[in-house]
Design a protein around this ligand. Structure first.
Ligand code: PNS
Length: 170
């Protein structure tokens, strides 16, 4: 059985992530999408919220499971007996960071962990969680970037923080 982990911050999950999840789920028998619990960052969504969003968005893909992890990816992967990480590559600007991450994980795992890169579909090549948050924070239209139920939750967050003006008006 070919199993892989797709790690990330997913704050929030976008259509770009979903595209990678769908395509990776066709390559692997089991794909575990795992949200990093990083207490050095202040995320928009808690880990529990991000896991819930991912579960809802992937509920129609039977061989996808959603989980979370803290600390090093290689330690988590070793515990779960996972040896392949999936990552999406949008543009050449991602490459340097992703290469470093993949090589570091290979070193940390004593050569047991490899990374498989999927190139993001062109329609999502411009997308990032940070830009989605910035657009939403200024009341812009994020309907092409995340599923509707996610957009509602993002706007709600900014509304409750008092930072949303002119919701969806661009
Ligand atoms: O969605 P992101 O933020 O680009 O995902 C980055 C992620 C979560 C894959 C990466 O930061 C990660 O694996 N962090 C866990 C700590 C770790 O193992 N770091 C690698 C050695 S520097």
């Amino acid at each position: 059985m070919k199993r892989a982990v797709y790690p990330g911050s997913f704050d929030p999950m976008t259509y770009g992530h979903l595209d990678i999840i769908r395509r990776a789920s066709e390559i692997f028998d089991l794909l575990i999408v795992s949200v990093l619990n990083n207490n050095q960052k202040t995320p928009l969504f808690s880990v529990e919220e991000r896991v819930k969003i991912l579960k809802e968005a992937t509920k129609d893909i039977p061989n996808v499971q959603v989980d979370s992890f803290s600390g090093l990816l290689t330690n988590y992967a070793a515990e779960k007996d996972l040896h392949v990480a999936v990552r999406g590559l949008r543009a050449i600007t991602d490459f340097e960071y992703e290469l470093q991450l993949a090589q570091t994980n290979r070193m940390l795992s004593g050569g047991r962990m490899d990374t498989v890169f999927l190139t993001t579909s062109l329609e999502y090549a411009y997308l990032s969680s940070s830009s989605v948050k910035e657009i939403a924070c200024f009341g812009g239209d994020i309907s092409k970037t995340v599923p509707e139920f996610v957009a509602e939750q993002i706007y709600r967050k900014y509304r409750s923080a008092g930072g949303l003006s002119g919701e969806g008006n661009q």
